[in-house]
Design a protein around this ligand. Sequence first.
Ligand SMILES: [Zn+2]
Length: 231
Amino acid sequence: MIPDQPEKVRRAEKIAMIFEQVEVGGDRNFGYLIADEQTREAVIIDAAYMPERMLQEVARYGLSVRFIISTHSHKDHVAGNDYLIEHTSAPVVMHESTAHPCTVRVKDNEKLAVGNLKLRFLHTPGHIPDHICVLAADKLVTGDLLFVGKIGGTGAHFPGSDPRQQWESLQRLTQLDHAIEVWPGHDYGVKPSSTIGNEMATNPFLLAKTYEDFIYLKDHWTEYKKAHDIA
Ligand SMILES: [Zn+2]
């Protein structure tokens, strides 16, 4: 008979992470709570219009909020920051290029320790210049860069947007491990999360072989959606 000791040892070696996707109002916005289960230190990402709901989750798990993170400066993503600052006093983390008020400015590939967890930031402009994705173990919070089956907007509605940068940012995600999970900033897809590999196999914008094909698809997206029965 094997005693339960080896199991305990394996568990001790693995850093346990709390990861919660929370519906936070707006246009089907998703906020995220990520925490180190052992030290109970947490970050809140994109609390949007329901920061109090995020703090309910924090209380339910008995966590302490170390950082408030915004994937980018669009109002629906930063709207909850003031409430969170007031109730947690945690600093706001954003990309170094942002014009939005924040405390910690991070660079591309910079890491941030949250208890035993290491978050990594990827600068992913295109939808807006200050956009970042947040990698936590095997989970990537993709903000408004990549949705399930869709991508973020560019054009006149989105000042500073740049389809070429968006293409490059998306291509960069395809270089990551295909098993990495995709956790988007909005619930626009057929399911609330995906993987890099699944998006590469099914998302029409990642199936585009060239930048020209990508732009053609963006320009004809309404027709494409109709033709393929996409909501
Ligand atoms: Zn946005």
